[in-house]
Ligand binder design. Sequence first.
Ligand SMILES: C[S@@+](CC[C@H](N)C(=O)[O-])C[C@H]1O[C@@H](n2cnc3c(N)ncnc32)[C@H](O)[C@@H]1O
Length: 302
Amino acid sequence: MAPRVLTPRRLVLNAERRFQRARLVFGHGTDNARDEAVFLVFHALGLPFNVEEATLDRPVAAEAAASVEALVTRRIAEQRPAAYLTGRMWFCGHEFAVDERVLVPRSPIGELINDRFAPWLDAAPVRRVLDIATGSGCIAIATALALPEAMVDATDISDAALTVARANAARLGVADRVRFYLADIYPDAGEPYDLILANPPYVPQAEFDALPPEYRHEPALGLVSGDDGLDVVRRLLARLRPYLASDGVLVMDTGATSEAMAEAFPDLPFYWPEMTHGGDGISVLYARDLPAPRGDAARRTR
Ligand SMILES: C[S@@+](CC[C@H](N)C(=O)[O-])C[C@H]1O[C@@H](n2cnc3c(N)ncnc32)[C@H](O)[C@@H]1O
């Protein structure tokens, strides 16, 4: 029997079948075995995602097929997110370098960035943006690219993450407009921000302990946030007011912990945008809707 010719299409189908048999968990930029297979096989073969159909049926050289085999085998054996194997992930149409110092970019905030935050915010006058818990810098950098008039500050408590973020800003040509700070949530006080973005850690400890192996390759600091997942969010909201301009907006991703957050802060009138491309847990909070600080209320009633 003649040996079967290996083509990109056949390599993708083989990888997909093997991923399904291995019952891998997805959720780091893809949510199914087929997309994960395309991501890895195309990377190994150096194919763009908009490859011509005919290329998919052309024979692949033995050496290239071997590099696909190596990646697919590692994905299964190590249960490591594909992005850590390729060192790359796409976010808002930009390619970010990632490794295990940072979370794999996947926040639905990306959809709002692509829409320049419409209809939640008029982006035209936005000049000062803060991205809290920046990780790879994906949200800060994609926002700087979407809002060319804006200066973006970004914080993270992990120096290692900031090294990755700074390199991404330089590679994507926005190092002059995105400044990174090693800080616990907020940078040292400066002018208030028109827009604050945050994808903080929000996984409750017990949930983190039960996560599949894929998530255990990510820095725990980027996921866990105390017993109820709200430790960082609680401190972020408590200190928010002086950092937000009077017509400013906070956009936050708290994923599956959003219900707990809404319950924990009944006085904060969050809006919950429905995302076209999936992902719950994005909230929008306007500075004008923040309850009066206790001191002010007391003064007014005096
Ligand atoms: C969920 S990841 C988000 C990373 C990135 N923004 C993204 O969307 O991919 C959370 C990040 O928060 C950082 N972090 C954890 N606690 C923090 C704190 N108290 N202040 C600032 N950053 C913190 C972690 O180091 C991690 O990079």
